[in-house]
Design a protein around this ligand. Sequence first.
Ligand SMILES: [Zn+2]
Length: 221
Amino acid sequence: MKLEYDDNWLRTLDEEEIRAVLSHEACHIAVLPSTTYYLKMGSESFVQWQKIFIDLYDEFLAHEEFRRRFGGSKIVDDDANVRTREFTSLDNVLRLSNSGTMDEGQALFFILNDAIFFPILGLSDFSQWCKAHELNNTYFYLNWLIEDFKYIESLRLNRVGTMDRVVLAAGLWTGVDARALLKEDKIVFLPSAQKAEDLVREKDAPLTESWLQRRLAMSAS
Ligand SMILES: [Zn+2]
C-alpha cells in the first residue's frame, strides 16, 4: 500500500492534524485486505464509474473504523477541523456543476466522498453545509447510501463479493437524478430507476425492496 500526499497541503496542517490524517489512513489499512480493485470489464468511463462507488464505500469503512478506535477523543476534532476547511473545495465543485462545467453525477459523488465522514462520526457540519446551500435532500440521499453501506457490510462478503455488491447497488443509487438534487434540492427518480430495480432484484431482493419503497414514498409526497 502506498500513501501519497501533497507536501504543500500537509504544510497547512498542524502536528495534531497531521496525526489525525495519518490515523485515518491507518484505518484504511486496518479494514482493507488489499488495494486491488475487482471491477467489471468495460469502457474506461465504466471502470471509473465503478471506482467512484467503491471508493465511497471504502471511506465509509475507514470512518467506521476511525470511530471505533478514536470516537470521543480529540483526534476526531482534529480530523473534523481538517475536513471542514476542505468545504471550500465543495463550494467550488458545486459552482462548477451549477455552471455546467462539471458533470452533476461526478460533482455529487465528489461532495459525498468528502462528506460521509461527518454523519459516521456523528457530527453535524455537513448537514449544516447542506442547509446553508439549500441542499437538504443531498444530505437525505447520503443517509440512504449509508443505510445501504451498513446493509452491505452486514452481509460479510469477501472483498470481491463486496465490490460486486457495491457496483450492483450503484445501479440503484444512480436512479436518482443528480442534477435535480444539486440544482433544485429535489429527489427525482430517473426513468431508469425502475429498470435498475428489475435488474438488481434477482441478485439482491432486500436492497431492491428498500429502493422501491424509497421511490414510492417520493412519488407519493
Ligand atoms: Zn480515506
